[in-house]
Design a protein around this ligand. Sequence first.
Ligand SMILES: [Zn+2]
Length: 255
Amino acid sequence: MATSDPVDAARRRIDAARRVVVLTGAGISTESGIPDFRGPQGVWTRNPAAEKQSTIQNYLAEPEVRKAAWRSRLDSPAWSAEPNAGHRALVALERRGILHALVTQNIDELHQRAGSSPDLVVEVHGSMRRVMCWECGRRAPMEEALARVRAGEDDPHCLACGGILKSDTISFGQALVPEVIDRAMTAAAEADLLLAVGTTLQVQPVASMVPIAARAGAQIVIVNDQPTAMDSIADVVLRSKIGPALAALCGGVAR
Ligand SMILES: [Zn+2]
């Protein structure tokens, strides 16, 4: 029966889907206390100089920028953040056997910590819980590098080759990883439902997952507390907090 309740409309579509692809943005992590960058209270909105400092060119060229980056990494609220009801709801979706891929713009690994299978998580902007060497490409746990900072090194370098270490994330001015983006786009084309969560869908190329999925015939469900660039092509838009909305949508509750 037709209904005007968007939660019900979205849930019925998810219950009918076999290959759900989820795209998550900063909005799901802010509900775990991780600040976003471009939102109204975002780090860069309030301090534009911080955005400039975070470019890869500045990071590689200026030891003082790296030292400041390591100090701020030590204090990041993300280390103590816990997954919330939204992350847990996506684990429930996976357990129903209908989650095809979980593409995230977030770098906090909260999906994996909630219990999402690492094989299904596509991190388009990398992970802050790893470091990578700009010289030799070696990756290692961030915690090892942070321990060296706590022990007194202000700009730890690669133990293998002496190269500059940075978090294994995509900085401003740094290219996305083509294989990772390909995987996200392929998943979008294979979806029969695309669920976009906590993103205003303004950042390309990831935002184009939505029209790619729509052209392939997928249902489009958007959950975000602000308007998004793709609302006009969505089948259902929920303008609400993410945790409660996903809990209502993903559990396969009898109706
Ligand atoms: Zn190295």
